[in-house]
Design a protein around this ligand. Sequence first.
Ligand SMILES: [Zn+2]
Length: 154
Amino acid sequence: MNIDAIGGRVTVDEFWDCECDTNYIHRKITDIACSFCGATMIDMPDSMLDEILIYNGDSLDQWERAELVGFLTEEVRALKTSRVIELTDVQNRQVDIIHNAAYNAMCEVLVNVQEKTPEWNMEWIGEICDCLADIAWRYFGKTEMEVYPSIGTE
Ligand SMILES: [Zn+2]
């Protein structure tokens, strides 16, 4: 069994797709043509690995399944470590919310203690945010990515 990963398409050379809307995954060894749509193996592309697992998983023996799942797992791991992760708009908004909350909390604490409002400084704002994220985790079961999303490697 040969797995090819080209341009984000992960295909397995033991299977091919016909033109049917359903049940379009065929095993090359048993089907050289589809009796429903008439497509033939040589004209059609190899099947996608994830679709084989989802739609044709029952036809796999345990070794084939292990090989395909193993490949996917490796692939996901590689993606997680190599891809540059960017925050979504929703996450960026959440970062603004927690930064402002931290800054405003300090303003309120200092309101009767000093004349001026404190300057925006990410050093202490970040520290407060970390505390908030920690407390949100321990008391409310929220993950850091939920309350204080950040870009990080694993
Ligand atoms: Zn077909």
